[in-house]
Each structure stands twice: as C-alpha cells, then as structure tokens.
Design a protein. Structure first.
Length: 72
C-alpha cells in the first residue's frame, strides 16, 4: 500500500461517521471495478426504464445495456 493512502486511511478514523460511510461506498465501487464487476445505479436503471417506456430505446436496447453491465 502506498504511503499516501496509508496516511489518508489513518485520518479517516477522525471523520464523521457519515463521511466514513460515503468513503466505504466509494471504495466498494472501486473494488467492484477491480474485480471486473459493475452494478448499475438506481438512476441508471430508472433511465433505462424511462427510455424503454418513452420509445427511445426498445426492449432489445435495454437488454443490451443490462448485458453490458454484467460483462464489465
């Protein structure tokens, strides 16, 4: 682990609980990318639903988007 990261993590203990929780979420996202995983956000899922409902994207388009989420 690099020195800068070690120093930052040591200081995180002094942060408010809500900011520690936010950092944990960010780190989990990075870890998922590192493992080759991707999870669409609720906003992304909602956008796909709206695109399909509006006719901008068809069912095949939406399925292709979901497939890309699974492959990353």
């Amino acid at each position: 682990m690099n020195v800068r990261l070690k120093e930052l993590l040591a200081r995180v203990e002094t942060w408010p609980e809500s900011e520690q929780a936010e950092l944990a979420e960010i780190l989990e996202e990075i870890e998922q990318r590192h493992r080759g995983e991707y999870r669409a956000t609720p906003e992304e899922l909602q956008s796909l639903d709206e695109a399909e409902a509006s006719g901008i994207a068809g069912e095949q388009d939406v399925e292709a988007a979901f497939a890309s989420f699974r492959r990353v």
